[in-house]
Design a protein around this ligand. Structure first.
Ligand SMILES: [Zn+2]
Length: 294
């Protein structure tokens, strides 16, 4: 499956479906749920921009994305989170089937034990994703969108892939309508959004970012948006909503930036985010950033 990789022994539990009205069409919303009872803290691993190619030796700026993910996998296994999210640009450039094959092989030690969810980046290809992982579900036709309930938080994985191998991204009207309807009927569980593209006004970012914010801002239970794309590690805020730019696993664009991932401990009040840098600028490796939700 593209957005969630599992071995059969750990098949997802389809615990709940809810109906939300998107225009005249009723949309069934599957929810992946991992906690059997509300827990005080939940532990997840957040990765982004793995950029793995079919060719193991493929390199950029002196980094080999295959090797980098190979480095991360045992770190994640030993951290033992409840789940893993890879926030887009899973594949190197054009989302080839061979890229996803490599990813699947590399993630195997994780997916034997821990579910892996993914979003689509501008270097992913939905058709090849679908071929590589045919057992797929999505909430929005032509996009890959799903909801994870990891009590005490909910995570919504959005799809901003507009064109393969071109930089700009877009949620699009049908996804925005789904999000609007979903949030209008959702419980007040603290909610974190994941989307690949950057959230500024740049032409290379999420082109409907303002329309997304006008949908999410009124719902005070939406606490943070995680994104990637820039290969920068940084924290900012918009109208009380935390914006967390996850570092890239594959390579950085500047020597001042780390290459790594983020180990997250999440509660209903906030989160502790620890950088696990293994390349690039490692000066902030193991540094924890605490955020309080609005
Ligand atoms: Zn990228």
């Amino acid at each position: 499956m593209p957005e969630i990789l599992y071995r059969p022994i750990h098949r997802r539990r389809f615990v709940k479906t809810s109906l939300s009205l998107a225009g005249a069409v009723a949309t069934v919303t599957p929810i992946y749920s991992y906690a059997t009872s509300p827990s005080k803290e939940v532990h997840w691993a957040f990765l982004s921009d793995t950029h793995v190619a079919g060719d193991k030796e493929e390199a950029y700026r002196g980094f080999k994305p295959y090797k980098n993910l190979q480095t991360v996998v045992p770190q994640v296994v030993s951290a033992a989170p409840q789940g893993v999210i890879i926030n887009g640009d899973v594949a190197r450039l054009t989302g080839e089937q061979s890229d996803y094959q490599r990813i699947n092989e590399l993630l195997n030690p994780i997916t034997q034990k821990i579910p892996v969810h993914m979003t689509m980046g501008n270097h992913d290809d939905r058709a090849n994703f679908r071929r590589a992982f045919p057992d797929i579900t999505t909430q929005v036709e032509e996009k890959y969108v799903h909801v994870i309930e990891a009590s005490p938080v909910r995570m919504i994985l959005l799809d901003s892939l507009l064109y393969v191998n071109k930089v700009a991204g877009l949620l699009g009207k049908s996804q925005r309508s789904w999000l609007e309807n979903y949030l209008a009927t959702a419980s007040a569980m603290p909610t974190l959004l994941f989307v690949h593209h950057t959230l500024g006004d740049n032409d290379s970012g999420l082109l409907d970012v303002d329309r997304m914010f006008s949908i999410i801002q009124p719902h005070s239970f939406v606490k943070a948006v995680f994104y990637g794309h820039s290969h920068l590690y940084q924290y900012s805020e918009r109208e009380g909503i935390h914006l967390i730019n996850l570092p890239a696993v594959g390579y950085n664009f500047s020597d001042s930036q780390p290459v790594g991932w983020v180990d997250a401990k999440l509660t209903e009040k906030g989160g502790d985010f620890t950088l696990r840098a293994f390349g690039g600028n490692q000066s902030e490796d193991k540094r924890t950033t605490h955020l309080d939700w609005r």
